[in-house]
Structures are given as structure tokens and as C-alpha cells.
Design a binder for this molecule. Structure first.
Ligand SMILES: Cc1cc2nc3c(=O)[nH]c(=O)nc-3n(C[C@H](O)[C@H](O)[C@H](O)COP(=O)(O)OP(=O)(O)OC[C@H]3O[C@@H](n4cnc5c(N)ncnc54)[C@H](O)[C@@H]3O)c2cc1C
Length: 382
């Protein structure tokens, strides 16, 4: 059986980044993926992901998103590719909503550039937007959009250049934890290692339960759509990426990049599903189009043109929508990166770095305490 310093099970957003940081330090690393990343079956497809820094989900994320951005810039330099476009990100909603308050607080606390605009200023600045009078907009000019599939492709190319091995179309069927390592069994073979990262996205519960970890992870069917839009109003360069936090729903979207149309998705809700049983046909649920179209008709009417395309994707929610990045409580040489709850991609570079540090040193320079496995036990006790 071939032996490695480290094996990564699931070479998607988080796993591929971790593989790069390990291989770059000379660690003999094997990445194993059930598909051929980047691909259309997990959580990272659809071309683009928003990266923002003033974080409505809480200030605890801000240092990690700042570090992630630095690492994306480094990846751009090393790969010679453009992976980030600075569209700016607009957070909008009724002023008292906690998400909007958190955005403002994080900007103040970390001195992030931010413009706060009243409703009438919003539609003067971006005539494609119409909002009620009680809305405000918090515009982060230095945030923007990552080309998610290109990011994974860049990490993959460089990880291999630094000596990592990658097995594609090889699904891990079993992980055998040993006191000083692990054995990973696939349909094609078995491989042993000293350190192991489990980063299999929506399939994490299947791999973690046999390791004695029943984590509250809920894989969920999500959709995203592209609409014909008035390019003069909504094209990249004129219009920002956006998050609209409404009292009963949350939407995110992208300007029309390279005439692709405005891309938009709903963040909350979705149908819990096992990823192997996912209905991947866009439109089987009428809400696939109806939700985002009604949002556009209300807030961005000239972006509500004919539907160009729709895709089905997977979120993996935790109950608090915070991530899980931690060592296995019983096997400290096994690290878990899971439950990215629909907002993880922007952090993939920093999560890859953190996971590699946890694997190699048992600790990370990042504060990972909000992402600890035992937080539900702590809540139950406290
Ligand atoms: C529509 C949509 C929009 C989003 N928008 C944003 C956004 O704007 N900003 C943001 O920051 N985040 C966003 N996210 C969230 C972000 O994309 C995810 O949090 C992130 O991609 C999760 O990464 P992951 O590594 O956990 O999963 P993945 O990238 O899916 O990687 C998991 C990998 O594991 C592999 N795998 C699974 N099982 C096995 C097995 N048994 N053996 C071997 N390999 C296996 C899979 O093939 C896959 O390659 C969005 C997500 C979706 C779906």
C-alpha cells in the first residue's frame, strides 16, 4: 500500500487549497476526488463567487476574509491568472436588520472602506436599483468576485507542480482511522497516511459518521439563475455584486460579467437532500425561477429579462451557519473541513492554509474556535 504524509479526501474548494499549501511545504500529499475538480456536481460551480469583508454573519469572520483575500492575490501572482475582479459589493436591506448592522459594525471595527447610502442615493448611484425608503446600502468598494472554478484549477495546477498527486474519479468508500494515521479505501485501491483531511463537501456526513462523528450537517438543493439584463445598467464596471437581506429572505447576485447576464440566487431555504439523490434539473421546482424573478421585478426590474440559464448546486448547512474546521476529537491527526453553509468559497484559500496548519502543527494562526466541533456540546452545557 502506498504511504503519504497527508491524504485529502475531496479535492474541491477547501481540499484543493489545502493540498496546495501542504505540497508547497514539501509534504508528500495525495488528493483524492470522486470527480474531476473543478466540476458541476458539488458546491463550487457556476463560474463566480462573491468575496466581501465587512461581514453580516459576524465580525469573527473578518480576519479570515482579509487573510483569504491576501492569499487569493498570492495565488493570482503565482499562477499568473486573474482570479478576482473588484466589482465592489453592495449590502442592502432595512437598516435595523441584524445582518446590515453587523456589516456596518465590522467595517467600523476593522476600518474597512465602506460607503453608507440612503434609499434615494442608492437609486441615483445605480439607476438599475429601486428600493423602499427604509432601505440603506452599505457599499464595500474593495470587495468583489472570484472566478471560483478558475481558482480551483489554479490551486490544482500549482499543487501538482509542487509535487502533490491527484486521483480523479476515485470515490473514497471507507476511512479507517488508526492511532497514528489512517487508511483510505476507494473502489480502485487503498492508501495510507500519517495525516488526513476530510473535505468532501455535501458528502462529508457519509464519510464522518463511520468515524463516530454525527455532525449536524444538512446538504441542501440550491439553484442559481442568469437573466437577460439591460447591459448599460447592470454590466460589470457599472453595477456591483450584491447581497439583499430582506426581513424574510436573502438574495445575492452578480453584475453581468462578459455579457453573461445578471446572475442571482436565493441564500436562505432550499430542499434538504442526499447529494446522490439530488434532482439536478433546473426548473422542476417552480420556485427555481419564480423566487429570483420576483426579487428582480421588485428591486432590479430591468434585469428581469428572459431566463438565460439555471443551475442546481449544493449547500451544506450547519444549524448556526458557521463552518466546521477542527481536528477529530478522538483522532487529532484527522482534520475536518465541513458545513460551509453557502458562504464558504471566499474563505477557501484561508481554510486551505488553516487546515494545512492544523494537520502539520495541531494548531493554526487563525482563530478557529468559532468553528469547533464541540460548540454544540458547549451550547448544551452552557
Ligand atoms: C449556488 C451557490 C452559490 C454560492 N455563492 C457563494 C458566494 O457568493 N460566496 C461564497 O463565499 N460562497 C458561496 N457559496 C458557497 C461555496 O461555494 C461553498 O461553501 C464551497 O464551495 C464549499 O466547498 P467544499 O470544499 O466544502 O465543497 P466542494 O467544493 O463541493 O468540494 C467537495 C469535493 O469532495 C468530493 N467528494 C465528495 N465525496 C467524495 C468521496 N467519497 N471521495 C472522494 N471525493 C469526494 C467532491 O467531488 C468535491 O470535489 C455558494 C454555493 C452555491 C452552491
Amino acid at each position: 500500500m502506498k504511504h503519504y504524509d497527508a491524504i485529502i479526501v475531496g479535492a474541491g474548494s477547501m481540499g484543493m487549497a489545502a493540498g496546495y499549501y501542504l505540497a508547497k511545504q514539501g509534504i508528500a500529499t495525495l488528493l483524492i476526488d470522486a470527480s474531476d475538480p473543478p466540476h458541476q456536481l458539488g458546491s463550487h460551480h457556476g463560474d463566480t463567487r462573491i468575496i466581501r469583508h465587512a461581514y453580516g454573519e459576524g465580525e469573527r469572520y473578518v480576519p479570515l476574509t482579509i487573510r483569504a483575500k491576501e492569499l487569493w492575490r498570492e495565488l493570482e501572482e503565482e499562477s499568473g491568472q486573474t482570479l478576482f475582479v473588484q466589482t465592489g459589493v453592495l449590502n442592502a436591506g432595512p437598516a435595523p436588520i441584524p445582518f446590515i448592522q453587523q456589516v456596518r459594525q465590522s467595517a467600523e471595527r476593522f476600518s474597512l472602506p465602506m460607503e453608507v447610502l440612503a434609499a434615494d442615493e442608492l437609486s441615483r448611484r445605480w439607476p438599475g436599483i429601486q428600493v423602499p425608503d427604509d432601505f440603506i446600502g452599505c457599499f464595500e468598494p474593495t470587495s468583489g468576485v472570484l472566478y471560483s472554478e478558475e481558482c480551483i484549477r489554479a490551486y490544482r495546477r500549482l499543487a501538482l507542480r509542487h509535487g502533490a498527486e491527484l486521483l480523479t474519479y476515485e470515490r473514497v468508500k471507507e476511512i479507517q482511522a488508526r492511532p497514528d494515521g489512517a487508511v483510505v479505501v476507494t473502489g480502485q485501491g487503498a492508501y495510507s497516511c500519517d495525516k488526513l483531511l476530510v473535505s468532501a463537501g455535501a458528502w462529508n456526513p457519509d464519510l464522518l459518521s463511520p468515524l463516530g462523528l454525527s455532525l449536524p450537517l444538512t446538504p441542501t438543493r440550491k439553484t442559481v439563475s442568469w437573466y437577460d439584463a439591460d447591459e448599460e445598467l447592470y454590466r460589470e464596471g457599472r453595477f456591483p455584486a450584491f447581497i439583499f437581506q430582506l426581513p424574510d429572505a436573502a438574495y445575492y447576485g452578480f453584475p453581468s460579467i462578459a455579457w453573461a447576464g445578471v446572475k442571482i440566487g436565493r441564500h436562505d431555504g432550499g430542499l434538504p437532500v442526499h447529494p446522490d439523490e439530488l434532482d439536478r434539473t433546473f426548473g422542476t421546482d417552480p420556485a427555481d425561477e419564480a423566487d429570483t424573478r420576483s426579487f428582480l421585478e421588485r428591486f432590479m426590474p430591468r434585469a428581469a429579462g428572459p431566463l438565460r440559464q439555471g443551475r442546481v448546486c449544493l449547500y451544506t448547512f450547519t444549524p448556526d451557519e458557521d463552518f466546521i474546521i477542527d481536528q477529530h476529537p478522538a483522532y487529532r491527526h484527522i482534520v475536518i473541513a465541513a458545513g460551509f453553509s453557502g458562504h464558504g468559497f471566499k474563505f477557501a484559500s484561508a481554510v486551505g492554509e488553516a487546515a494545512s496548519q492544523l494537520l502539520l502543527h495541531g494548531a493554526s494562526v487563525h482563530n478557529l474556535s468559532p468553528f469547533a466541533i464541540n460548540r454544540w456540546q458547549r451550547e448544551a452545557q452552557g
